[in-house]
Design a protein around this ligand. Structure first.
Ligand code: ATP
Ligand code: MG
Length: 393
């Protein structure tokens, strides 16, 4: 008896009564896409779980791929038998023969209540046959192996191994946002947090050549590539920001430059996001991290738009952001040296409590609106292809 299937348990589905059908449909689709490279595996969505037949594939490779798919709570590696006590007993003995340890516990769940034995009787019958045919012993508290048996109409499913999933919602279920992507450590982690919630992402980056190098773009493409574990492909919108940035530094007193620059970024980002059917913007800002991210600054900056802005890292501290960045594989890319437009024009003493009236006053001193229009109209979009497309190149 070998493990022949995986059972994918749904994430936060229980809280989403009305959306159940679309959750399942979306997740089944995303699982199919994720497992496309595994030709002999097959996927079937049901009301309670998604079943994956392993076929000729390596189950560990399938599991590790599925652990990057949002909307999955956990994955069980299972062996399926007929809906019959003897078949389950035989399978249980064989599965345990391949496990390390000496003590076990059995948990039975009867989804199909018409099965003649109740859960307790079934657990006793199966445990007895294991005790008769092996040196395993039962320990209900300190066991080496927990054997889970689920009785369904379609058969009985035995599992000794469960793997955690990403949780959250299936990608695409919660729309798409335009994420301001700088090349630093924070914004890729913000991306990951959004993707886990089922929100698709399109990148928006402000570039100020020749002050910033085109190598920043290589870096951003590498970051998005690392995130293709969670979203198959990305678009990166690059905004030409040089003229506007020069105008800001010509007309605005230095301590207010960053605040005004952020206000301009938001104005442009909103246009790009709307053009690209994004429902909101998102940033990697974290409250208090730097001068432009105090609450006073956020108030002054946010005033330019009533478009929703998600800040998934708002209350995270840097240590946990860095841990996340390392775990998702973007940290090493983010710390490569680069010159961002914020770094280049960084004022010596940025205002930590900028006033909205002052922002409006300084902005009245120059004609920025056409420059905002021009920047938004000249966005260049780079496509970061999926892993599969890469392989087929
Ligand atoms: P780090 O703080 O690790 O340097 P960061 O990405 O958070 O990286 P910040 O300077 O803290 O960079 O900027 C805060 C947020 O503003 C970023 O997370 C990003 O969303 C946005 N941002 C900053 N600079 C740019 C840029 N050049 N293009 C697009 N978005 C940017
Ligand atoms: Mg930051």
């Amino acid at each position: 008896m070998n493990y022949d299937s995986l059972i994918i348990h749904y994430g936060e589905l229980s809280t989403k009564g009305a959306n159940r059908a679309s959750f399942i449909e979306r997740l089944t689709h995303n699982v199919r896409v994720a497992l496309r490279p595994f030709a002999t595996a097959s996927v079937k969505g049901t009301h309670d779980y998604i079943g994956v037949s392993i076929g000729q594939e390596d189950p560990n490779a399938l599991i590790s791929r599925l652990q990057d798919v949002s909307g999955i709570q956990k994955i069980s590696l299972v062996a399926k038998t007929a809906r019959d006590l003897e078949a389950v007993q035989e399978a249980a003995i064989e599965l345990l023969a391949h496990e390390k340890g000496s003590t076990f516990k059995i948990d039975v769940k009867r989804v199909d209540k018409t099965f003649p034995l109740d859960s307790y009787q079934m657990a006793c019958e199966v445990a007895d046959s294991i005790l008769d045919h092996s040196s395993w012993t039962v320990d209900l508290h300190d066991y080496d192996i927990l054997l889970r048996i689920t009785v369904r109409e379609s058969g009985c499913y035995l599992s000794c191994h469960e793997y955690p999933g990403l949780g959250g919602y299936p990608l695409g279920m919660n729309g798409k946002v335009g994420l301001l992507l700088s090349g630093g450590i924070d914004s890729p982690v913000a991306a990951y947090k959004l993707l886990r919630r089922g929100i698709k992402i399109e990148g928006i980056h402000f570039a100020s050549p020749p002050y910033t190098s085109s190598r920043v773009l290589d870096k951003l493409v590498d970051i998005l590539n690392a995130l293709t574990d969670y979203q198959p492909a990305f678009q990166l919108n690059v905004v030409p920001f040089t003229k506007l940035q020069e105008a800001i530094y010509e007309h605005v007193p230095e301590p207010y430059c960053i605040t005004i620059m952020r206000r301009m970024m938001l104005r442009i980002a909103e246009k790009v996001a709307r053009d690209h059917h994004c429902l909101a913007l998102a940033t990697g800002e974290s409250i208090g991290q730097v001068a432009s991210q105090t609450l006073d600054s956020l108030i002054a900056i946010n005033d330019v738009t009533n478009f929703p802005i998600l800040r998934p890292l708002a209350t995270e501290d840097k240590v946990s952001i860095v841990d996340d960045a390392k775990r998702i594989g973007t940290y090493e890319i983010s710390i490569r040296p680069y010159e961002d437009c914020c770094t280049i024009f960084k004022p010596k003493k940025p205002k930590t409590k900028p006033k909205l009236e002052d922002c409006l006053y300084y902005e009245s001193k120059f004609d920025w609106a056409p420059l905002v229009e021009e920047a938004a109209a000249n966005v260049e979009t780079i496509r970061v292809p999926s892993k599969e497309e890469h392989e087929n190149d």
